[in-house]
Design a protein around this ligand. Structure first.
Ligand SMILES: Cc1cc2nc3c(=O)[nH]c(=O)nc-3n(C[C@H](O)[C@H](O)[C@H](O)COP(=O)(O)OP(=O)(O)OC[C@H]3O[C@@H](n4cnc5c(N)ncnc54)[C@H](O)[C@@H]3O)c2cc1C
Length: 264
């Protein structure tokens, strides 16, 4: 079985700060990590590899050269191959251009049975890239996968997390599954594999747009229909006020306050 995992390097923070002048993310001084949901995606792939001998796990990422550090960590966790799609032509990509590039990289890798992605990246936060890659490759996608129930010949049965329960979905392979944190507990890197990964620097393969058959105008900012007009951190809201008393007293006070604010 061939499994591909989409992994993104992200700033190690849930509170992304935005430069108020440039409107871009402030990355200085923020360490980078493997996106948390992608660690669950990789763990799911490695668990399948443990259970099905002959399975290979390839990790693919689009990002700057320093994203290779995160890919070495994936190799140290147990991935067999790692691919970094990196080029100045990929800069400024929105989710549309990102998924075009990742799908082109996956096509170059050849056939696959399952692609795992995270549900969402903690910096961009759109949860669009996994489904978009699936769309471009013409394969079914199940998002919010919280459990793998059964892997059969040409199908997989998974649980898909909902707000108040879960759906059980049987999907044909090849398919895309996007992972949530409830799927598993990601393993630590293996010491022996850390040394292997450090010594074999060539184990992360780097591809640019020519390598994956894309013209420069089909990737990055030039292929990004999204236009960001302004990015900003919302100002904190004023302190809330709790009303007390009987239901009648509280509802009268509420109506009074809404009148004062000309809402009613
Ligand atoms: C106009 C514009 C310009 C931008 N310019 C830049 C820029 O120059 N540099 C930059 O870093 N960001 C840039 N971004 C942000 C970038 O578009 C998104 O971070 C990226 O498209 C992924 O979207 P997301 O973070 O919401 O991922 P999500 O859709 O939330 O991610 C879901 C899953 O998809 C997979 N995935 C997502 N991104 C990648 C990736 N790069 N490689 C492998 N797997 C991935 C992961 O498995 C992830 O868990 C820009 C955005 C816009 C709108």
């Amino acid at each position: 079985m061939k499994i591909i995992v989409c992994a993104k390097q992200v700033p190690d923070t849930n509170e992304v700060k935005i430069d108020p002048v440039k409107g871009t993310l402030i990355r200085d001084g923020v360490p980078s990590i493997l996106n948390p949901d992608d660690a669950n995606a990789l763990e799911a792939a490695l668990t399948m590899k443990d259970s099905y001998p002959g399975t290979t796990v390839s990790v693919i990422s689009m990002g700057p050269p320093q994203a290779s550090i995160m890919l070495y960590e994936c190799l140290a966790m147990g991935a067999d191959q790692a691919y970094l799609l990196s080029s100045p032509a990929f800069g400024g990509a929105d989710t549309c251009a990102t998924s075009t590039t990742i799908a082109a990289g996956i096509r170059k890798l050849g056939g696959f049975d399952i692609i795992f992605a995270g549900r969402q990246a903690i910096d961009g936060d759109t949860a669009q890239v996994g489904p978009q890659v699936a769309q471009r490759l013409g394969i079914p996608v199940v998002t919010y996968v919280s459990k793998v129930r059964e892997l059969g010949d040409g199908y997989i049965i998974v649980e898909r997390q909902l707000e108040d329960g879960y759906e059980v979905i049987k999907v044909k392979t090849p398919c895309m599954l996007t992972a949530v944190k409830e799927l598993n507990e990601p393993r630590y890197m293996n010491v022996g594999r850390i040394i292997d990964a450090c010594e074999k620097k060539e184990s992360v393969t780097v591809w640019n747009e020519n390598d994956i058959g894309l013209r420069p105008e089909s990737c990055g900012l030039k292929a990004s229909p999204t236009q960001v007009l302004r990015s900003f951190t919302p100002a904190p809201k004023g302190k809330g006020e709790m009303l007390t008393g009987t239901v009648t007293e509280m509802s009268s006070a509420l109506v009074q306050k809404l009148r004062e604010k000309h809402v009613l």
